[in-house]
Design a protein around this ligand. Structure first.
Ligand code: NAD
Ligand code: FES
Length: 272
């Protein structure tokens, strides 16, 4: 059993928890994820390890389906049934990179955080574009301020920063500044569009993928992704990948695969 040390509501859709998980914390590296089960019969929820502090790990989740809604009903002092990890490959930190631009879309700001922080720790120049539907959807901004040299904001409704998508801000920035690498994490369509834009400006892109995962250990095949014609598994080969050759269309076609079942179980068990 894993104790919830703290819980913070980041906005109406997204929450943060700090969980006591000494063995996971001891071995975690930037880019690793963990899988939790809220209770004994719970679905397995994969979540990026956003930060490690001593024996505690920070996770951020979006209340999207039955299991994350169940998780959000838990509070400080409660116990999560299982926490398994660290899983996946640590982020590949590129040696030849001097300046890095992180591009965070919505809740993608959470998986981007450890990777970008690692580049800053290694002394690289790190800037960030963060985008969200509204001002309240710009998450972890204070934490990013601790190590980003410049932060640029975009909101879909114009409530903060540029009115528009992160790609619009990136295109304006690329007219003035040169980056060796962009790490883009957010909705698939955002990552796909970032890759296309970066290609135009000859900037390499890394992304993080979150296809449906079941076991998280390379056994079930649910998290498969096609990269340059080869099948990879996000849980054991990723979740972070160089973007070159990723078949985003295939990922987008598969991401809503269990949407109807999810709706059904939410209605059955939560009445909504
Ligand atoms: P969202 O739909 O609110 O979008 C967030 C931002 O992404 C927008 O504000 C915009 O700046 C940008 N964006 C959206 N559509 C775009 C487009 N067509 N072109 C360019 N930029 C665009 O995102 P959300 O609801 O916070 O995030 C949910 C999504 O993020 C889910 O699809 C989830 O699967 C994904 N996600 C990905 C990861 C990962 O590791 N890759 C982790 C968590 C969540
Ligand atoms: Fe089953 Fe990756 S989650 S193979």
């Amino acid at each position: 059993m894993y104790k919830i040390i703290a819980k913070k509501i980041l906005n109406k859709d997204v929450e943060l928890m700090i969980v006591e998980a000494p063995l996971v914390a001891k071995n975690a590296k930037p880019g690793n994820f963990l899988i939790i089960r809220v209770d004994e019969i719970g679905e397995r929820i994969p979540l990026t390890i956003v930060e490690v502090n001593g024996t505690q790990v920070t996770i951020v989740y979006q209340k999207l389906g039955y299991s994350t809604i169940l998780l959000s009903k838990m509070n400080e002092g409660d116990y999560i049934h299982d926490v398994v990890g660290p899983l996946g490959q640590p982020s590949h930190i590129r040696e030849d990179v001097v300046s890095v631009l992180g591009i965070a879309g919505g809740v993608g700001a959470a998986p981007l955080f450890p990777q970008l922080k690692e580049y800053a720790r290694l002394g690289r120049h790190v800037d960030l574009i963060i985008g969200g539907r509204t001002k309240e959807h710009l998450i972890l901004v204070d934490k990013y301020k601790e190590f980003c040299k410049n932060i640029y904001y975009a909101t879909d409704d114009g409530s903060y920063g540029t009115k528009g998508f992160v790609t619009q801000v990136a295109e304006e920035l690329y007219q003035k500044k040169k980056y060796d690498l962009s790490i883009a994490i957010g909705p698939l369509i955002m990552m796909k569009n970032c890759v296309a834009l970066n290609k135009k400006y000859n900037i390499k892109t890394d992304v993080s993928l979150n296809p449906i995962m079941i076991d998280g250990t390379g056994m079930c095949g649910n998290c498969r992704v096609t990269i340059s014609g080869e099948t990879k598994f996000a849980c054991v080969d990723g979740p972070d990948f160089p973007a070159e050759g990723i078949d985003f269309e295939e990922l987008m076609a598969r991401q809503d695969y269990y949407k109807e079942e999810e709706k059904h179980i939410c209605k059955m068990k939560l009445g909504k």
